[in-house]
Design a protein around this ligand. Structure first.
Ligand SMILES: *Cc1c(COP(=O)(O)O)cnc(C)c1O
Length: 408
């Protein structure tokens, strides 16, 4: 076989693209047409008419049930879902919210949008998830909430994190945008905290193009979340009765229609992603220079991302960016992942603007993951065949052999 790297003109390992996303069909068409023909497209969630079954209430009920929460409040996207959840949990401008730095920027901007201040606590290198012991160290008299992020669809030690939050009287919010279908110790992502939030943006494992939801089992928190997302109205109150300042963040019937159809495909897709991820664990386990994320048996993974780490002996020889370019040239859409938010210029500038202070939050594990070690494959790759997983492993083997031999 020609082992010349594709980036140097050799034949790529993988020649076909990975599966398209989203997957859709007749079910989506039927539900969207039903929503269209109803003539009730808006998202008050209170539409009732003879013979008309609104999609939003059914969608909210079914999604909350899937994750094991009592209530769902649909919103426009995952970022706003976090903002709404933080406000509904009582976080006010100037309050501090502890978050992990290795995540999508929205986890921080959701707080900064209304003047709440993110405080970064480091992740555990082995799991890439928020470390409950680092959370304890980050608590100050201004801390109101912990916002954990279920990175990639995995979950950190929620049992311990909940203990830490409870014992300090802090609200616990889950950014579960990547953890649809995930559980920790039998309890669903989004049902551990006071509230959990999800995103249905195009890349997510359930999607309507855009969308989000706040889940909670606390009826008062649900009412506050509903109010924040419904221009400060009161659930069951008068149309022009506004008891707080809120926004119009409502989802539409069209999105709920698509999400209901997508929901019917979820378990089968999750099972396929799981099988392929287990296969990748086995295949990559034999590849020199790859390090795994620790898997806890209490975690039923949501498989939004297949995360892994590059070993020192690889990153001593090539930068992560170079490694990613080499693997991508082989036809494998590997991603270099996130920038550490505790070093992100826009995030740190916004924190300085709100606080008037120049703050620094050293997080060596997250910084190392971001700069050198962490890479991932998206959920679409996991929807491919077993042969596809073998190609992923072969491409990484090929690149690592070259890297480890050529420059040692
Ligand atoms: C996608 C995502 C969000 C934001 O969701 P949007 O719907 O794009 O606003 C927030 N947090 C994490 C971890 C995400 O992956």
């Amino acid at each position: 076989m020609d082992e010349t790297l594709a980036i140097h003109g050799g034949p790529p390992v993988r020649k076909r693209p990975f599966p398209d996303w989203p997957v859709f069909g007749e079910r989506e068409e039927t539900y969207v047409l039903e929503a269209l023909r109803s003539g009730k497209w808006g998202g008050s969630g209170q539409v009732k008419r003879a013979g008309f079954q609104a999609k939003l209430p059914e969608w909210e009920r079914r999604f909350a049930q899937l994750q094991g929460a009592k209530y769902g409040v649909s919103v426009v996207n995952g970022t706003m879902a976090i903002t709404v959840a933080l406000q509904a949990a009582g976080v006010k401008p100037g309050d501090e919210v502890i978050i992990p730095p290795y995540t999508f920027i929205a986890s921080a901007s959701a707080a900064l949008l209304f003047g709440a201040v993110p405080v970064f606590a480091d992740v555990k290198a082995e799991t890439m998830q928020l470390d409950p012991e680092q959370v304890k160290r980050a608590i100050t008299p201004r801390t109101r909430a912990v916002l954990t992020v279920h990175l990639g669809g995995g979950m950190g030690d929620m049992t311990r994190l909940k203990q830490v939050a409870d014992s300090h009287g802090l609200a616990l919010i889950e950014d579960a945008a990547q953890a649809i279908g995930a559980r920790w110790d039998g309890i669903g992502a989004g049902a551990w905290g006071d509230a959990g939030t999800f995103s249905f943006q195009s890349s997510k494992n359930l999607t309507a193009g855009e969308g989000g939801i706040v889940l909670t089992s606390d009826p008062e928190l649900m009412e506050r979340a509903w109010s924040v997302a419904n221009v400060g109205r009161v659930l069951g109150g008068e149309w022009y009765q506004h008891e707080r300042i809120g926004w119009n963040l409502r989802m539409t019937e069209f999105q709920a229609a698509i999400l209901l159809a997508q929901l019917d495909r979820l378990e089968e897709q999750l099972a396929r992603r799981h099988r392929n991820a287990m296969l990748l664990d086995r295949l990559l386990g034999e590849v020199e220079g790859v390090r795994f994320v620790h898997r806890d048996p209490r975690n039923r993974h949501g498989w939004h991302l297949y995360l892994f780490r590059l070993a020192d002996r690889v990153t001593k020889r090539v930068s992560k960016a170079e490694w990613v370019r080499m693997v991508q040239a082989e036809g494998i859409p590997v991603s270099p992942g996130y920038f550490a938010l505790n070093k992100h210029p826009a995030v740190m500038r916004s924190i300085r603007d709100w606080t008037g202070e120049h703050r620094a939050y050293p997080c060596p594990a997250a910084e190392r993951l971001a700069e050198r070690e962490a890479v991932w494959l998206g959920q679409q790759v996991l929807l491919d065949t077993e042969a596809g997983m073998e190609e992923v492993a072969r491409a990484i083997t090929k690149v690592n052999r070259y890297v480890l031999a050529a420059r040692s």
